[in-house]
Design a protein around this ligand. Structure first.
Ligand SMILES: *[C@@H]1O[C@H](CO)[C@@H](O)[C@H](O)[C@H]1NC(C)=O
Ligand SMILES: *[C@@H]1O[C@H](CO)[C@@H](O)[C@H](O)[C@H]1NC(C)=O
Ligand SMILES: *[C@@H]1O[C@H](CO)[C@@H](O)[C@H](O)[C@H]1NC(C)=O
Ligand SMILES: *[C@@H]1O[C@H](CO)[C@@H](O)[C@H](O)[C@H]1NC(C)=O
Ligand SMILES: *[C@@H]1O[C@H](CO)[C@@H](O)[C@H](O)[C@H]1NC(C)=O
Ligand SMILES: *[C@@H]1O[C@H](CO)[C@@H](O)[C@H](O)[C@H]1NC(C)=O
Ligand SMILES: *[C@@H]1O[C@H](CO)[C@@H](O)[C@H](O)[C@H]1NC(C)=O
Length: 521
């Protein structure tokens, strides 16, 4: 079904109707008198009713249609399978690429065949992150704008159109692929997202510190979207750019990478893997990584760790060809250690079926707070890494069934709960919950420019272009977003955090005594 009825305008329609009405009234009165006036009145009222219901359908996602229906010039033929959206790149080099003139005004897929599934547990953190602004009765425009001094970009969505203002330069293509992700979300759920106004920090570390918003400054923290947070910050965690690709280091969009990782897992059985803990990365990023390097195999010691430094400059010249993540699932244990802050590598490491040895982290991203030690990963002590790694590997090699189970559980979490659909749903719910707190109707800032998939992808080159093409949402979703779990209440949250802390403590004690037998999972 196709229909191009975009931005039906109540006001001008009414004016037009009034004009016709008065002209007709005059003519009819002169000609035939009262009877035809009455007739005309009846006809007019009927047609007005039809017109009004037509207008309503276009503005409010209608209740009338059960069939998948998307009204847009961007996807002129929605019945065409797998080809709902396409890029419309201008072939004339001299004209600037423009965004589609019209956007969907309604999208009502046939939901009857699919009931909405429940979102993963980690969605509960959405409420937790937004709690400070719920407590302080919402988010004003001034509050959002007070974040300008630390934000890198601002993204505004008005009637499905996206506008961006860039405040400062950002490392690599982080901002580009972050914004790309948001554009794809809007393609996946057209007409389902409210107007938005968000400030985004694209750096490594969280930017809004709790301690700056106490006392007289309480309630004045600007809401800031960012890729990670920690206990001392208030950043709203949002999926990082790598889900849509990281061309600088040849990391493909998540949707295809997650499949390759599964294939990689099938290539080598756990028992046939090297019985050591593997890590490869840029070791100079943080003290904790430099520290870990001391655990590498030498003539004098063997902590069961095999650690490799990624020569960033050298690799980058070779296009990071040797950094094939799916080919790295050949060790029974893989270490995760933070860099400057959280690291995008966590999902790749967990997805390997190898037991993840996770050096107890300080930062979290949007999904990691729901990972449970000894269930999804093995906790490694921050202060005594070498001993802790050695112990974990020795334990795993003497309890292979249990170690494999932890490896599998970690990968299952990634393969099931971190599918790209869930990533989009997380963004969807976070942005919806955030928008509920906005106390104003977002408007387009004077300095902002409109962006869309066409303006971004058409001018992109090389790997950037490839990754955008690969990660582009090609069809609007025919399913509802998953159903949010309830927020944590105080006792739930307390119990959850205690459970995690206790498990970490248990492993620590276990390491200290070297006595395995007292450990109950
Ligand atoms: C839409 O696409 C389908 C399948 O390709 C085709 O049969 C149909 O005629 C198209 N409709 C319009 C209005 O172009
Ligand atoms: C594609 O863009 C060109 C130029 O901007 C425009 O004339 C044309 O109508 C667009 N086509 C579609 C399908 O939006
Ligand atoms: C684009 O602009 C250049 C320089 O102004 C001109 O030489 C060229 O013919 C133009 N190309 C087209 C396709 O209009
Ligand atoms: C990996 O192996 C599992 C179990 O044998 C199988 O179900 C799955 O399809 C395989 N996946 C890939 C990507 O080869
Ligand atoms: C760790 O040890 C291995 C084996 O001896 C060696 O190949 C590697 O370069 C070492 N890594 C670092 C970071 O020194
Ligand atoms: C907290 O929520 C759980 C369900 O998630 C419920 O069983 C419990 O009674 C609640 N506790 C309080 C104090 O509200
Ligand atoms: C190991 O721990 C178990 C349970 O806590 C205890 O019964 C056992 O005596 C301990 N063994 C040693 C050698 O300490």
């Amino acid at each position: 079904m196709e229909e191009i009825t975009v931005h039906a305008d109540h006001g001008s329609w009414l004016q037009g109707a009034k004009a016709i009405w008065s002209i007709k009234m005059g003519q009819e009165l002169k000609k035939n008198g009262a009877i035809s006036v009455t007739l005309f009145l009846i006809i007019f009222i009927i047609s007005a009713l039809i017109a009004i219901s037509w207008v309503d359908i276009s503005i409010f996602p209608g209740a009338s249609s059960q069939k998948a229906l998307i009204t847009s010039a961007e996807s002129p033929n929605s019945t065409q399978k797998n080809n709902g959206y396409s890029l419309n790149c201008s072939t004339d080099q001299n004209t600037t690429q423009t965004c589609p003139k019209t956007y969907p005004t309604r999208h009502e897929p046939d939901y009857s065949s699919s009931s909405s599934e429940a979102c993963p547990e980690y969605f509960r953190w959405i409420y937790q992150d937004l709690e400070p602004w719920r407590k302080s009765n919402g988010i004003s425009k001034d509050l959002v704008e007070s974040g300008k001094s630390v934000a890198d970009i601002r993204i505004v969505v008005v009637n499905g159109r996206v506008y961006m203002e860039k405040y400062r330069s950002v490392f690599g293509t982080r901002d580009v692929f972050t914004v790309w992700g948001i554009l794809q979300l809007l393609r996946l759920y057209p007409v389902k997202l409210p107007d938005l106004d968000l400030m985004f920090g694209c750096g490594d570390r969280p930017v809004i510190r709790k301690r700056d918003y106490r006392g007289v400054n309480a309630g004045k923290a600007p809401p800031m979207f960012h890729y990670c947070g920690d206990e001392s910050s208030l950043d709203l965690v949002f999926p990082d750019w790598s889900f849509w690709g990281w061309p600088e280091i040849n990391i493909k969009p998540w949707e295809s990478l997650i499949e390759e990782l599964e294939e990689g897992n099938n290539r080598t059985k756990w028992v046939e893997r090297e019985p050591y803990a593997y890590w490869k990365g840029n070791s100079r990023l943080s003290k904790t990584r430099r520290d870990l390097m001391k655990c590498n195999l030498t003539d004098k010691q063997d902590s069961n760790a095999r650690l490799y430094t990624l020569a960033w400059n050298q690799e980058s010249r070779k296009g990071f060809k040797h950094t094939n993540l799916a080919g790295q699932c050949v060790h029974r244990y893989k270490i995760y250690v933070e860099g400057v802050a959280w690291s995008v590598s966590e999902k790749y490491i967990l997805a390997c079926d190898s037991m993840t040895l996770l050096v107890n982290p300080r930062y979290y991203d949007f999904f990691t707070r729901s990972l449970i030690p000894t269930v999804h990963y093995w906790p490694i002590s921050q202060n005594d890494k070498c001993r802790s790694v050695k112990f974990a590997v020795d334990w795993g090699n003497s309890h292979p069934a249990k170690a494999q189970e932890i490896g599998k559980e970690g990968s299952k979490f990634i393969q099931e709960e971190l599918q790209i659909e869930h990533v989009y749903d997380y963004m969807f719910h976070l942005l919806n919950e955030y928008a509920k707190l906005l106390k104003y109707k977002p408007t387009v800032p004077p300095e902002a420019v409109e962006i869309c998939s066409d303006t971004m992808a058409c001018k992109a080159k090389g790997l950037d272009r490839d990754f955008m093409t690969q990660s582009m949402v090609k069809n609007p979703s025919n399913k509802r977003a998953c159903t949010m779990p309830p927020p944590y209440n105080v006792s739930d949250l307390q119990a959850f955090l205690e459970r995690k802390a206790n498990l970490i403590e248990k492993v620590k004690m276990w390491e200290a005594t070297g006595n395995f037998s007292g450990f109950q999972f």
